[in-house]
Design a protein around this ligand. Structure first.
Ligand SMILES: [Zn+2]
Length: 55
C-alpha cells in the first residue's frame, strides 16, 4: 500500500479510517456514513490529489 496515491491522500485528508474520520470530520464511528457524507469525503480526497498535481 505504501506509495499508493489514494492511500497517501487518505492519510493527508484524515479519511484513512473511521477513527480519523470521527476526529477530523466529526462523523461518529459506528454509524454508517450517508451517501452525502461519503461524497463529501471523496471530494476532499479528490481536491487533495488535484492540489498535488498542480504543484
Ligand atoms: Zn486513520
Amino acid at each position: 500500500m505504501r506509495g499508493n496515491p489514494v492511500f497517501i491522500a487518505q492519510h493527508a485528508t484524515a479519511t484513512c479510517c473511521r477513527g480519523c474520520i470521527e476526529k477530523w470530520h466529526h462523523y461518529p464511528k459506528g454509524i454508517e456514513l450517508t451517501q452525502a457524507q461519503q461524497e463529501h469525503l471523496v471530494s476532499v480526497i479528490m481536491e487533495w490529489i488535484k492540489l498535488q498535481i498542480d504543484q
